[in-house]
Write a protein of this length. Structure first.
Length: 128
């Protein structure tokens, strides 16, 4: 399978292709990875930003008070968990948007209810 097959709008047979994080097989996978890598970059900033800022600007981060707490403590103890929650909500919203854009449904067909373990992952490819 070449890259031209998926860029022309044809359906890629993703089950027979190699999975490659930097060269996805379908347009859906490509857009999904853009969301994942973008949110990963934001996660790195949310997680390591306060720690790095405290290391670089120790005086500012320890002397500034927010709700009675030092800024570095506030950002690490409250900002990071809230940031991760916001990232989870953003991912769910983006994934729902991608699912609607590519027509991906997470509904199990009625005739396949008795076939446990026979379902294909909903990643934008065609069901066999």
């Amino acid at each position: 399978m070449t890259d031209d097959e998926t860029s022309n709008g044809e359906t890629a047979d993703y089950l027979d292709s190699r999975i490659h994080m930097f060269k996805p097989a379908t347009p859906f996978m490509r857009d999904h990875l853009k969301v994942i890598w973008g949110l990963f970059a934001v996660w790195v900033l949310v997680t390591f930003g306060p720690v790095t800022a405290t290391w670089i600007a120790t005086d500012t981060m320890t002397s500034t008070q927010v709700f009675g707490f030092q800024l570095h403590y506030f950002l690490t103890a409250l900002g990071s968990p809230i940031g991760v929650f916001v990232l989870c909500v953003a991912y769910a919203w983006q994934r729902d948007r991608l699912d609607a854009q590519y027509g991906v449904s997470h509904e199990v067909p009625a005739e396949a209810d008795g076939d446990a373990g026979q379902h294909v992952a909903a990643d934008g490819g065609e069901r066999p």
